[in-house]
Design a protein around this ligand. Structure first.
Ligand SMILES: [Zn+2]
Length: 397
């Protein structure tokens, strides 16, 4: 390979664009294809299988592309799924411990700790073996060929295009190629508001690292796990739930317009479901959140309250908590402010989270109090996945 020559012409990456899509557009500038572009930078890229590039580019490729284009490596990393580790997923490598760690630490519809244990060998969240080939008909119509492809279209965690308010549609061709649509483009079909609301939150989690819920802001790492927990609760065989929870889950599916569990007989994790079942399940998850927020259903899990509005608290003497706090001596005010700052820092910085957790753990004398502490951290929007999972086995004095 010759030295790191800069490509004199290249399009800037679009907001949210997948890495393979941008490479295809660069190749288009030079009248070549993505395979030849790969040869030029010393990497084999299979045009028929772009998943490798969009999941996790091979080591060194980001740095070479940064040299060739002048685009910052951090920006390029965000164009593949690996750029979202550890928030969207703990690790790109599938593993047997991933499923319970990711989907069972939180709870929304069912009481915590009541789920039947499941072992899913070689699992990672949200990613099917083959990434789906979907797109927004309007976005594609508005863009010149070769049409850019958004990374989120390839992850079944969203179902709609927020810019156009419509469902994503299967492209009927290899992912990132829209040849069929040049002749027969599907008509855009409006997505319901509850789906758009859910997808807006998920987009926010990717774009800004947090989501504003009615009660408080939660970290993206919590949001992705909370959503996958709801998906799990909606997908489990109904006989595994207590009757009251079964009734709620049936009500949600009915409201979504589908049979319970979308009529699936056997249990399989969401990632291994057919695409239509995935879409219906995400729609049911959106209905779940809308019903929780409206107070129509009550979730019995520890995370359900996140979807309730902040209560208008008044103390016995009619003062709000903020007014009460203002009236406190300065040293207590300072303590409260220091704690607030420590919590905010822990939401954003894993090292701060670990330090605060270690400090809070000093007061825990029983396994139950550790469980409570972890629930409190989740409620405060501090990501749990960065905390040591072995502290549950710590010895208690
Ligand atoms: Zn669109």
């Amino acid at each position: 390979m010759s030295g790191p020559l800069r490509w004199p012409v290249h399009p800037a990456p679009n907001d949210g664009e997948a890495l393979s899509s941008w490479l295809r557009r660069i190749a288009g500038c030079y009248g070549t294809d993505i395979e030849h572009l790969g040869d030029d930078i010393g990497y084999k890229i299979d045009a028929g299988d772009l998943d490798d590039v969009d999941l996790a580019p091979p080591p060194g490729m980001i740095e070479v592309l940064a040299e060739r284009t002048g685009v910052a490596p951090a920006r390029l990393r965000q164009m593949s799924v690996a750029g979202s580790v550890p928030w969207l997923l703990d690790d790109m490598e599938p593993g047997p411990e991933g499923f319970p760690t990711y989907t069972r630490q939180l709870s929304v519809l069912r009481p915590a700790g009541k789920q039947k244990a499941r072992v899913v060998p070689s699992w990672r969240p949200w990613l099917p073996d083959r990434l789906p080939a979907r797109g927004c008909p309007e976005c594609v119509a508005e863009s010149p060929s070769p049409h850019p492809y958004r990374l989120l279209w390839a992850i079944p965690i969203v179902s709609s295009c927020l810019a156009h308010g419509c469902w994503l549609e299967a492209t009927l061709a290899a992912r990132s190629y829209f040849g069929m649509w040049d002749f027969d483009r599907p008509a855009p079909s409006p997505a319901p508001q509850h789906v758009l609301t859910l997808d807006q939150r998920t987009r926010d989690a990717f774009a800004v690292g947090h989501v504003e819920l009615p009660r408080r802001r939660v970290h993206a790492g919590i949001w992705f796990r909370l959503l996958r927990t709801v998906v799990d609760e909606l997908s489990c065989p109904l006989s595994e739930n207590r009757p009251a929870d079964t009734g709620t889950i049936r009500q949600i599916w009915k409201e979504a317009g589908y049979p319970a569990r979308d009529g699936q007989g056997l249990w399989r994790p969401f990632e291994q479901q057919p695409e239509t079942v995935q879409r219906h399940t995400m729609e049911a998850a959106a209905v779940t959140i809308a019903l929780l927020e409206a107070g129509t259903i009550t979730g019995r899990g520890c995370g359900a309250h996140l979807f309730l509005p902040e209560p208008d608290l008044e103390l016995g003497d009619g003062r709000t908590p903020a007014e009460f706090s203002k009236s406190q001596p300065d040293n207590l005010k300072a303590l409260g402010q220091a704690l607030e700052e420590a919590i905010q820092a822990a939401r954003e910085d894993p090292a701060e989270a670990q330090a605060l957790y270690a400090f809070a753990l000093i007061g825990c004398r029983t396994p139950e109090s550790v469980t409570r502490l972890r629930a409190d951290f989740a409620e405060l929007g501090i990501p749990l996945e960065i905390l040591s999972l072995t502290d549950g086995q710590a010895s208690f004095a």
